[in-house]
Design a protein around this ligand. Structure first.
Ligand SMILES: [Zn+2]
Length: 137
């Protein structure tokens, strides 16, 4: 419960609201247990099934061009608003830093299905989350 309140009932990666989902969101280990992470609240994140499945056990992603390992967005170290912005129509998440961009790609934060859900929720005033920064036209 504490975890969900802290996350404002949003997937902490794609900011989809759990409130309107049929299936409760999952709990992600930010640092996976396999890499020495633990079960403390500090290391846990509320994540939708898709983001959690895409993230798997990763904390970094290799850049295709250089193989340089870039850290994925880390919820407890990084501020969402520093790495991501919403497109002007609110439907896309745009990475504004290298960490943001690699996370958008790795977790497929703009997968077709979630864009459809965002569009439907926007029409009835459930999207975007009020605290998300939005690009100006
Ligand atoms: Zn998500």
């Amino acid at each position: 419960m504490q975890l969900r309140q802290r996350a404002k009932y949003l997937c902490e990666y794609c900011h989809t609201s759990e409130q309107w989902q049929y299936v409760p969101f999952t709990v992600d280990h930010i640092i996976p247990l396999s890499l020495g992470g633990n079960d403390s609240l500090e290391n846990l994140a509320l994540a939708c099934f898709h983001c959690n499945r895409r993230k798997t056990h990763r904390v970094t992603i290799a850049l295709p061009e250089t193989s340089e390992e870039i850290p994925l967005f880390n919820l407890r170290q990084d501020n969402w608003s520093e790495h991501f912005i919403r497109s002007a129509d609110g439907l896309l998440i745009v990475g504004v830093t290298q960490v943001g961009r690699i996370t958008v790609t790795a977790l497929a934060l703009n997968r077709e299905r979630v864009i459809g859900i965002r569009a439907a929720n926007k029409q009835i005033g459930r999207h975007p989350p009020q605290d998300d920064p939005i690009q100006k036209n």
